[in-house]
Design a binder for this molecule. Structure first.
Ligand code: NAX
Ligand code: K
Length: 460
């Protein structure tokens, strides 16, 4: 599990550290890390251009230029604001034989030291024009300039980085925006209590049966999904639950025939009232928002077991707030909105997706999984994680139905709701990657790759 810290917290941790280390040493450590990664990217080629802004980010770039010069690399620097360029960095760079130029030229690598942690908003026109003229790969110092450090928002021209070299700890931009390959350089910073986390494969403890388990003890997943119009949503959600657990899956709803035909191991009933006992309910995919769906959602919320409410269930909760009263406040609930569903429920997502999910999680006393290329999971107790897609293949019809089934299986297996949502998001992305293998994949293919994804997770 890797932590991510907001820039204000990073800056105060840096200030504390700077007070006890020799002046300038942090910047030189950071810059040495930049130069090391630049040499790797250059792999023998020898021309670098630095884009140098007015702050310490530019200072890092100039010191990196100094270290590169000492390794015999030809380094030129464009000073965006010559009067405010970092004084020590600039004199070291000049001493080492670095040149000040006006144009990017044709280097093998460009180092972006335009702005770092203190920047807000897109690149200004002069910087944007320079970046536009770059043809070489760009190594960003700390973060790609023009992208908001705390939210990853892109609101105008920005740097497309091949690689980002950052210092001390990860900041939100590294989890929420495309920074290329991200490398972390240790400068001695040791912040605690991250603002949110990123899960690694090795963090995921998928529930597996033990010698004394039977089909019931592993948790029975109930699925209340699908309709005459959308039986496929039920097939995908139920199938995902079947493949994500070796416990039992019960289906209740109007798509029972389709489920029986595709998933013979499922216990099917037409109605939620005679579904039997389950340890978690999945509700919402493809149910529609009519009065019978409203009744089903009410019954599920009253059942007193963990619930994952997806798709139409979210719209129903937004349309009929009295439905919330059906839920015992202690009943764990996971909501899995995409942006439009989120807006119906809690207002516009806005630019800070983590803050939006966190606020909604507190308001609804539920785990909120906000879907996207970067999926955010937030818990009512303030915990949050971000799970990045490795491609956009999961953005396909029915993909969300599959995700809901995986979450349901994990909830039924006793995984706590925040981690159930996080593990499911991770496995979902991995299944999509394995199934796609470079070509479009339908949601049914993604679903069929769930066992391969779990196998890969358990091997790591
Ligand atoms: N504080 C520390 O201990 C360390 C800081 N380091 C570096 O210092 C950076 C932070 O430095 P600073 O706080 O000086 O700030 P920045 O280098 O992020 O730049 C701030 C400057 O850019 C201007 N600016 C803000 N938004 C802009 C925009 N959109 N376009 C153009 N200019 C803009 C500001 O007016 C200010 O002059 C980090 O990102 C990192 O690279 C590293 O040297 C490691 C140690
Ligand atoms: K930068």
């Amino acid at each position: 599990m890797r932590g991510v810290w907001h820039t204000e917290r990073v800056k105060s941790a840096e200030e504390e550290l700077m007070a006890v280390v020799p002046p300038g040493s942090l910047m030189r450590k950071a810059a040495f890390g930049v130069a090391t990664h630049a040499l790797r990217l250059l792999s023998g080629r020898r021309r670098v251009t630095l884009l140098v802004g007015a702050g310490n980010n530019g200072g890092d770039a100039l010191w990196a230029g100094y270290f590169l010069r000492r390794r015999g690399v030809g380094v030129s620097a464009i000073l965006l604001n010559p009067a405010k360029a970092h004084a020590e960095g600039l004199s070291a760079f000049r001493r080492a034989g670095g040149r000040i130029v006006d144009e990017v030229g044709t280097p093998d690598l460009v180092i972006d030291g335009i702005v770092g942690l203190s920047a807000r908003g897109p690149l200004r026109p002069d910087a944007a024009a320079l970046v536009e003229s770059v043809r070489a790969p760009i190594l960003a110092v700390d973060l790609p300039s023009g992208i908001d450090p705390d939210t990853g928002e892109i609101s105008g021209p920005f740097v497309r980085a091949h690689t980002t070299v950052t210092f001390g700890c990860l900041k939100p931009v590294h989890a929420l925006a495309d920074c290329g390959d991200v490398h972390l350089v240790d400068i001695g910073l040791r912040p605690t209590d991250p603002d949110f986390v990123l899960l690694d494969r090795s963090d995921i403890a998928w529930p597996v049966p033990g010698p004394s388990d039977d089909k019931y003890t592993q948790g029975v997943t109930g699925v209340a999904a699908g309709s005459a119009t959308y039986p496929g949503a039920a097939v995908l959600s139920t199938g995902a639950a079947v493949l994500a657990t070796s416990g039992m899956v019960r289906y209740a709803g109007p798509a029972a025939d389709a489920i029986r035909a595709r998933w013979p191991e499922t216990i099917c009933t037409g109605s939620i009232t005679d579904a039997g006992r389950v340890q978690a309910w999945v509700v919402g995919p493809g149910t529609g928002t009519g009065s019978s769906s409203d009744g089903v959602l009410r019954s599920v919320l009253e059942a007193g077991v963990p619930v994952i409410a997806d798709a139409d269930a979210i719209t129903l909760l937004a349309q009929h707030p009295t439905l919330w009263d059906a839920r015992d406040p202690d009943t764990p609930l996971v909501l899995t909105p995409h942006d439009r569903e989120f807006e119906r429920l809690a207002g516009p997502v806005g630019v800070d997706r983590v803050a939006a999910a966190r606020k909604a999680a507190q308001r609804f006393n539920a785990v909120v999984l906000l879907k996207g290329h970067r999926t955010v999971v937030a818990a009512p107790d303030g915990r949050a994680l971000v799970n990045s897609a490795t491609s956009s293949w999961p953005a396909t019809a029915g993909s969300g139905d599959v995700l809901s089934g995986i979450i349901g299986a994990l909830l039924a297996g006793g995984v706590e709701p925040f981690l159930a949502a996080g593990y499911a998001a991770y496995a979902h992305v991995l299944a999509a990657e394995l199934a796609a293998d470079g070509a479009p994949v339908p949601a049914s293919g993604l679903m069929e790759a769930i066992p391969a994804a779990i196998r890969a997770l358990r091997r790591s």
